[in-house]
Ligand binder design. Structure first.
Ligand SMILES: [Zn+2]
Length: 358
């Protein structure tokens, strides 16, 4: 299988994130992508491919131009502040209570502030999403990785894997968050729709609900979103990801959430995976975008499910058994020592190769 990869991800190199207001060592770090790359190279069955630049156009087909502008301007604006800081996060967010009782029109007329700290809240979901000097460049690379993966599949590959970093599925049309800046999977899905005119399904198997992907395609019938994730009653992003979120308007019925119980094991998870795959199989279309996360792993420091490396092999096998072409993009997964083996197992399963051996 071809693996799209670039060292460009390294430009996004946060050392610290905040969790519940406390500074902690960052989880979403370059070592994650290194571990996956190294394991796939060592396997011998994967071929690394450089991404091609696709410009900002495909990003703007799913994202608000204001988000792109903010991410591009954020670090230079931080530097102008002359505050000695390693990363930017917001301390003020325009949350629902601030505008209670005010009309939608009035709220929509409120300006994006000029202060970079305020803008970070305007365009951000949470305070655990540090922006550093190279964040914008790396996020642009991640989109190009996803789009090059699309190109490979449109060019005839049965499946291809984009080693995207930073991840993307929490990024909504007008919002970054959850270690995500641009929604790589959503940009990829839109590019497939634009190139083929076909319907596309996105299967999201990260431990977190892909609120951004759901938001972007909420009213769309041509992009089906199906997600398995930890119940948001327990885990980020808390406010979306429930089973009764089915889409609205033309998109009604094209959004499926499968919240998982605490410590869900391979058997529990794979039973719901089969339900999601059944729904995808009932939909026309020839390509599935997979938002692939390994934070469902039993040792993941921020997830709370209990999948195993063998489970990932089986998951890859079942997804490939759909008989659709696969654009696989990397999302989360934070237990770095096992990341490479887990990615290798999943992708080998998807290729119909055995769990171990050659
Ligand atoms: Zn995640």
């Amino acid at each position: 299988m071809k693996v799209v990869h670039t060292e460009g991800h390294r430009r996004h190199d946060p050392k610290v994130e905040t969790y519940l207001g406390l500074p902690l060592p960052a989880n979403e770090v370059p070592a994650r992508a290194d571990a996956i790359r190294d394991a796939l190279v060592a396997d011998g069955g994967f071929e690394l491919v450089d991404p091609q630049g696709h410009g900002a156009g495909p990003i703007l087909s799913v994202h608000d131009p204001g988000l792109v502008r903010f991410l591009e301007e954020a670090w230079p604006a931080v530097q102008e502040q002359a505050i000695d800081r390693e990363f930017l996060v917001a301390d003020t967010y325009p949350t629902r209570g601030m505008f209670q009782g005010m009309s939608d029109e009035f709220v929509a007329s409120r300006p994006e502030t000029r202060a970079v700290g305020g803008r970070a809240g305007w365009w951000g979901l949470d305070s655990s999403n540090p922006i550093v000097a190279g964040t914008y460049v790396a996020a642009r690379w991640a989109v190009d990785v996803a789009l090059t993966t699309v190109d490979l599949v449109l060019g005839g590959e049965t499946a291809a894997y984009g080693l995207c970093r930073p991840p993307g599925h929490h990024a909504a049309a007008a919002m970054a968050g959850g270690y995500c800046f641009f929604n790589n999977a959503a940009v990829a899905a839109q590019a497939i729709v634009d190139a083929t005119g076909e319907r596309v399904a996105i299967l999201d198997v990260d431990v977190h609900h892909g609120n951004g992907t759901q938001q972007i395609f909420w009213r769309r019938e041509d992009v089906l979103y199906a997600s398995l994730h930890a119940d948001p009653l327990r885990l980020y992003p808390f406010f979306l990801g429930y089973a009764d979120e089915v889409g609205e308007g033309p998109g009604r019925g094209a959004n499926l959430n499968f919240p998982q119980p605490l410590r869900a094991d391979d058997a529990t998870y794979l039973a719901d995976l089969d339900r999601a795959l059944e729904r995808i199989a009932a939909e026309p279309g020839s390509i599935v975008v997979v938002s692939l996360g390994f934070d469902t792993f039993h040792l993941d420091p921020i997830g709370d499910l209990a999948l195993t490396t063998e489970g990932y092999h089986e998951m890859g096998r079942r997804v490939a058994a759909l008989g659709r072409r696969l654009v696989i993009v990397q999302e989360g997964g934070y237990h770095v020592p096992a990341l490479g083996g887990n990615a290798r197992a999943w992708l080998r399963g998807a290729e119909g190769r055995h769990f171990g051996g050659a």
